[in-house]
Structures are given as C-alpha cells and as structure tokens.
Design a binder for this molecule. Structure first.
Ligand code: FCB
Length: 462
C-alpha cells in the first residue's frame, strides 16, 4: 500500500517505465536484423555470467502486445524503449530495412492505442557489428553513421513519437565498453576510450542536427534530448587526497559528458589527468558547439551516489584503463544498505545530484529521470507471486527525494522506473532482476510483482 502521507507530485508529472532493445527483444535473427556488438560479445566465452546472451531475452519482439497491455494496466503515461540500430541498418549504413522499422511502428501504434506516450532512445548500446569492425566509436565515421541512422528512424516515427533521446549513458559505452572491457565490445584502451567518449558526443550532436533539420509540425513533437548516467560524488573522507580523488571521479563519471553538453565547455583538468594516455587528437574545431546544441530535455539515469577514495596503487593495466588511471576506488559508508548489484542505497544521493545539476549548469533543460530502480533476488513464492518489499521501499524513498528536489526548485518533469520487466542485465545476464514484472524465462510468463501493484496505486492517486 502506498503511504497515505506520500507527497503529491505535480498533476502533469510523467510516470513511466524503461527498457532497452537488446535487454528484452530477443529475435536476433529475425526481421532482417544484423548482428550487434552485444551479440558477438555475449557469445564470446567468459564474458557474461552463466554464459547468458540476448538471443531470446524476454521475447518482447513477439510478445510486445502483451507487454504494452502490462503498461496499460500499470497506468503509466509514458514508456521509454530503445530502437536496435541493427534492425534498421543491419550493417550500420545504407537505406532503412523496412521490416525493422515496421516492428517499431507496430510497437508505437500499440502504445498510442493504449494512451501511452512513446519515448524513444536511438542508441542503448547495440552498435551494428560491422561498424565496430570498422573502428567502432573510436572513429569519427561512426558518429556520422549514427546521424544517418537517427534521421531514418526520425523520418519514419516523428509523427507519432514526441520524445527522442539520442544516446543512453555514453559513459558506459565509452568507458565500460572500451576501457574496462566489461561491456561490448570488450576493449581495454585508454586513448581509444577517450576517443569513443568524444565520438559518442559528436554523434549525439550530429543526430540532434539531423533530426532538427527534418522537424516540422507542432512544437511538442520536437523534444530532443540525451540520457546521461551521472552520480553525485563525495570524497570518502576529508583527507585532501580523497578530495582530489573525488574531483577526478567527478570528471570521469560526469563532466566528460555534462560539461560539453550542458555547460558549453570542455571539463577542466582532463588534459592534465589524461595526457599520459591521450593527445586528444580526435577533437576538431567546432565540435564543442556541435555537442552543446540546445536540448529540450535532459534524461537522467541514477542508481547510487559515489564516494571516492584515493587509490595509490593502480593495477597493472593502468595505462590502458582510463577508469583505473584516475586512481580512485569507490568507498561508500559501510552503513548504507546494498542492492543485489552491490550498489549502495542512498536516496538523498539522487537529491544531491539533482541540486548539483541545477547549481552547476545555468539554463539546464527540464529533467526526466529516465532510469532509477534496483535489483533484488526476487523469487516466485508457493502461490506463484513475488513479494518485493525492498523494491517498494527503494522506489518510495527515491521518489520522495525527487519530490523534495522539485519543491526545492529543480525542474524534474517525469520518472521512469527501470525496468518494466526483469531482463538481460548485460555482463550479469539474467541473474539480476530489476523488473516491476517478474519474467519466468523458461515459460516467458510475466508475473507482476508487489512493486508493480504499488507503483500502479501511486500513479492512480493523481
Ligand atoms: C543502466 C542501463 C540499463 C540497465 C540499468 C540497470 O546502466 O542503462 O540498461 O542495465 O543500468
């Protein structure tokens, strides 16, 4: 039951849930879809927990109607999903594959029939493998190909989709994918990862330009933005070494992306920090303006705050791993509870992050929280039900933090819970469950959890 004292959100606040193509669709060989870096990566031995992959996932490609029905019953006003680039351009370039577009057209029409606003993300990590073979995000050409792809999808769907996000979490694409190697394409590079970060930003800018150029009709159909995963960073102790570590963490986690996109500047300190691994030769005149074009919204994903501690000994991969080259380890207060991901739970951290954005970036566009949620070891009980009280507490507390930030003047317009369904949690496969709806993978049965009923009640209170 929703706490009767739960604070009231603005009447037009947008409630939603989020998913991503590779995590739920399956059907990797259907509809003319080409291979993505996640197909290759997940089929490489030892990369994914238990050898899982997204070949079937939640079979959403075939069951999307049932999933839209779950959304309708939940009562959400919006649904955030992503388009799989290799369904639209199987090898990353050329004309649109009609069958690929058709799937998203059917999904969007189904959402609209259910009275749900479709919020489309163009890139949630499934790069066509052919583009990776040609250099991936290390090379500028991929940014140009991304703008072509954005224009194709936008031309087909802009009449029905009012909210467009270019990238999901470029931090993860660049640094987990090209530096830590935990995500596809599994590279462990320094310069390559910084180049990837830059070309993702350039790709975002080019895609915004391409879509704006073909925008017409009512202004509410033109809302373009990007989703960043940002973390509020606190030094783990007042020790000056940890204070300096926190500044480096804030640079890597946040400012590499938020400064050029929202602040019209390159982040201070980057050249000093990374001159041993990169000469930044990927930057071109005019890039900053391209990347920093005005946006209609900022999508914010947040799961936990950062507590940065100086780590004097980097591991042997220092020169290849940007993430460790900053000599930071995460050291959150021991008393904070953890989710099944091991992530510390501190709702106030989301509040601090929202205020950090407001104070640091004058002219900030309206914020939508495009992801927030938690994994817990949910299980079916004897009655084939899932009680997930920890998720209810997590959502309740994080939403209160959002509400307090709104009351404090931060312009937050919506909240999308990650995720509608349990799904393929990247390197951790199906072992981590984030859904409001439990998925019994062998039967593909969807079983709404207690948190689904809680969220439904919350939305209905309006
Ligand atoms: C985010 C991703 C999303 C999901 C959540 C748990 O980093 O955007 O796809 O995996 O984490």
């Amino acid at each position: 039951m929703v706490d009767p004292n739960f604070p009231a959100f603005p009447p037009d606040f947008l409630w939603g849930t989020a998913t991503a193509s590779y995590q739920i669709e399956g059907a990797v060989d259907e509809g003319g879809r080409g291979p993505s870096i996640w197909d290759s990566f997940s089929h490489s031995p030892g990369k994914i927990a238990r050898g899982d992959h997204g070949d079937v996932a939640c079979d959403h490609y075939h069951r999307y109607r049932e999933d839209v029905e779950l959304l309708r019953e939940l009562g959400v006003g919006a649904y955030r999903f992503s388009v799989a680039w290799p369904r639209i351009q199987p090898d990353g370039k050329g004309p649109a594959n009609a069958e690929g577009l058709d799937f998203y057209q059917r999904l969007v029409d189904e959402l609209l029939r259910a009275g749900i606003t479709p919020c489309l993300t163009l890139y949630h990590w499934d790069l066509p493998q052919a583009l990776e073979d040609a250099g991936g995000w290390r090379v500028r050409d991929t940014a140009e190909r991304f703008a072509d792809y954005a224009a194709l999808v936008h031309a087909a769907l802009a009449d029905r989709v009012p909210m467009w996000g270019t990238l999901n979490e470029p931090y993860c694409s660049a640094f987990i994918g090209y530096s830590e190697g935990r995500h596809a394409p599994g590279a462990r590079e320094g310069h390559g990862a910084l180049a990837a970060a830059h070309h993702l930003l350039v790709g975002h800018g080019l895609a915004v330009q391409a879509m704006r150029a073909q925008c017409s009709g009512p202004a509410d159909r033109q809302r373009l933005g990007i989703t960043l995963n940002l973390n509020h960073v606190t030094p783990a102790t007042p020790d000056p070494a940890d204070v300096a570590a926190a500044a480096r963490a804030e640079l890597l986690y946040n400012r590499v992306f938020s400064d050029p996109i929202l602040g019209g500047r390159w982040p201070t300190g980057e050249r000093e920090l990374w001159s041993p691994i990169s000469d930044f030769d990927f930057r071109r005149d005019g890039d900053l303006e391209l990347i920093g074009q005005p946006l209609d919204f900022l999508g914010l994903n947040n799961y936990f705050p950062s507590y940065a501690k100086h780590a004097p000994t980097a591991d042997e991969l220092t020169e290849h791993r940007v993430a460790t080259a900053i000599n930071v380890v995460e050291n959150p207060p021991a008393e904070l509870p953890r989710t099944a991901m091991g992530w510390p739970v501190e709702p106030a951290g989301l509040g601090r992050l929202l205020r950090w954005l407001r104070d640091g970036y004058p002219g900030l566009p309206p914020i939508y929280i495009t992801e927030n949620g938690c994994a817990y070891p949910d299980e079916l009980d004897a009655d084939k039900q899932v009680e997930d009280p920890q998720r209810v507490v997590f959502l309740d507390q994080h939403l209160r933090a959002v509400h307090a930030a709104i009351a404090d003047g931060v312009d937050v317009r919506g909240y999308f819970c990650w995720s509608l369904l349990d799904n393929f949690e990247w390197a951790l496969g199906y072992s981590k469950r984030f859904g409001l709806v439990y998925v019994d993978y062998p039967t593909q049965l969807r079983i709404p959890k207690a948190s689904y009923r809680w969220f439904r009640e919350l939305i209905a209170r309006r």
